[in-house]
Write a protein that binds this ligand. Structure first.
Ligand SMILES: [Zn+2]
Length: 303
């Protein structure tokens, strides 16, 4: 399982009239699979974009293995509700699944390692969209000390998942690309990464997602050979990122939500039939409902 989520890498050029988001390969010189945001959407979502621009957005296929015992230990110490949840399957998994949620009511100290004020303000504004729905406080600070440490990383978006941030003694636990010329796009990505910070996993890996993948196309887009051995590096990265669903226990029984901020964009080319997922720009109702169950306010707890 991916214990850290590294979501996107981005490049841009200024010669084109449209925004292009693409799902390129693990190796950047391989062919890419694109989907496009049309100009009306661009006008709607990226209102301050001042000049024609092409953005290439790349899911960044890096999985950093985490020591699962350490991950479990910090998760339980933080919030006992993260305990292993057994699945209905009688077959024991080699590694039991646990969640990575913080203790409800907690103040999370979130340090900016770098970045200018405009970047920080935009991060805070987007991240704070979660706050009405979670019993947590975000304490944004400057400097190197924080439960969460954000680095301004042009071209990439990634985050540790929940309490796994505690496994890193120093350095960033989240990287955010300063795409402030596309405020809605930037905000969507910040909300997504803060979803990981809160402990959320990817929605397209929901056990009930049933996405009609055209696996051949997805493998091809990532430069992976569909006939490769299952433990072949590139193929296993693609499987992990798109095809291997999470345990039902990992999603706390909330229903599959194609509108989730935690859902990847899925191109029509990558599926059979009529199925695609566009970029979600706001927290969905189910996103809010799920996180308010994980981080209940006192009033709700006592009812
Ligand atoms: Zn993600």
């Amino acid at each position: 399982m991916a214990q850290r989520s590294a979501d996107l890498s981005i490049s841009s050029n200024t010669n084109n009239q449209q925004i292009t988001l693409s799902h390129p390969p693990i190796q950047t010189n391989l062919p890419t699979c694109n989907f496009k945001i049309s100009k009306p959407q661009l006008a709607q979502y990226a209102v301050t974009l001042s000049s024609p621009l092409t953005w290439i957005v790349t899911p960044f296929l890096a999985i950093n293995p985490v020591d699962l015992n350490a991950s479990y230990a910090v998760a339980i110490a933080e919030n006992p509700a993260n305990h292993e949840v057994s699945t209905s399957s009688r077959k024991k998994r080699a590694v039991a699944r646990h969640t990575h949620f913080w203790a409800p009511g907690r103040t999370l100290k979130i340090a900016f390692l770098n970045g200018d004020q405009a970047f920080k303000n935009a991060v805070k504004a987007a991240a704070n969209n979660w706050l009405p729905h979670v019993n947590l406080t975000f304490d944004f600070v400057e400097g190197e000390e924080g439960d969460i440490r954000i680095s301004r990383t042009p071209g990439t978006y990634w985050s540790e998942i929940g309490t796994n941030a505690l496994l890193r003694e120093e350095g960033p636990t989240m990287g955010l690309s300063p795409d402030l010329r596309m405020p809605a796009f930037f905000a969507a990505n910040v909300m997504h990464e803060f979803g990981h910070l809160l402990g959320a996993e990817h929605e397209h890996l929901h056990p009930e997602a049933n996405i009609p993948w055209n696996k051949r196309a997805v493998y091809a887009a990532h430069g992976a050979d569909e006939h490769a051995d299952e433990d072949h590096y590139q193929r296993s990265m693609v499987d992990e990122r798109y095809f291997n669903p999470l345990d039902a226990s990992a999603v706390n029984h909330s229903p599959y939500d194609p509108l989730s901020i935690m859902h990847y964009v899925i191109s029509q080319d990558w599926t059979e039939g009529d199925f695609k997922i566009d970029l979600n720009f706001v927290l969905s109702e189910k996103d809010k409902a799920f996180m308010s169950k994980v981080y209940p306010f006192q009033q709700e707890q006592s009812e």
